[in-house]
Design a protein around this ligand. Structure first.
Ligand code: CO
Length: 217
């Protein structure tokens, strides 16, 4: 077996020993269930691990990751994660976390074909089109990519707010906040993009859904 693969199991045993030494009930407590306050929608990039960069433990953040932290309207995988975390786990915050230097965003700025992923990245090209004027005015390519990373996060927060799940949570007065965050892989710091939302006032009327009668008797 590959050495680096075996190493994972050695590390695991060491981690269990250290964790139980610090708190003997750690695993027993977690085995009783999870009650995370946060849903993290991040990039699959190996350099952006939700728990490590936020100093949180297992059990504290429910996580969904895909390439370039996208909230795609019809992504059943993501929609299931949102529905479960909001309606069963009762998370209070959903954060979309992008990161500077995102390969997916950079690829979406170019015209080279990468493969199947081009179809996924096209959602980022749609974001570029929405903000073409601003982005085209940024001459430096890295700075333009950084700005597209931010704008992409912001648009994904808006997409979140348009889902029936989030809108129903709000119309049922659930305390649910959406946030847009960018992580800087160069210094490890997270930046809040100040687009937090806890109602649908930022959503254009065409996207607003009437409250469901689901909970009415
Ligand atoms: Co990325």
């Amino acid at each position: 077996m590959d050495r680096s693969y075996n190493k994972l199991f050695e590390n695991n045993v060491k981690w269990v020993a250290e964790t139980t030494a610090a708190n003997k009930d750690f695993f027993t407590d977690l085995a009783n269930g999870q009650k995370p306050e946060f849903l993290w929608i991040g990039c699959s990039d190996s350099r952006v691990p939700a728990n490590q960069i936020t100093g949180t433990n297992p059990g504290e953040i429910f996580v969904h990751r895909n390439i370039a932290n996208m909230v795609v309207h019809t992504d059943m995988n993501l929609l299931s994660v949102i529905d479960y975390s909001v309606n069963v786990l009762g998370v209070k915050h959903i954060m979309v976390v992008g990161h500077y230097g995102c390969g997916g965003v950079k690829a979406a700025m170019g015209n080279a074909q990468v493969g199947l992923i081009d179809n996924w990245l096209r959602h980022i090209k749609d974001v570029y089109r929405l903000h073409e004027k601003e982005l085209d005015s940024i001459i430096d390519e890295d700075l333009r990519a950084d700005r597209l990373v931010e704008l992409n996060v912001i648009e994904q927060v808006y997409n979140l707010g348009k889902t029936s799940i989030v809108q129903n949570a709000w119309s049922n007065n659930k305390p649910l906040q959406l946030h847009g965050i960018v992580y800087d892989i160069k210094n490890g710091l997270m930046k809040d993009l100040k687009v937090s939302a806890d109602d649908n006032s930022h959503i254009r009327s065409v996207y607003r859904l009437n409250p469901t009668s689901r909970n009415a008797s």
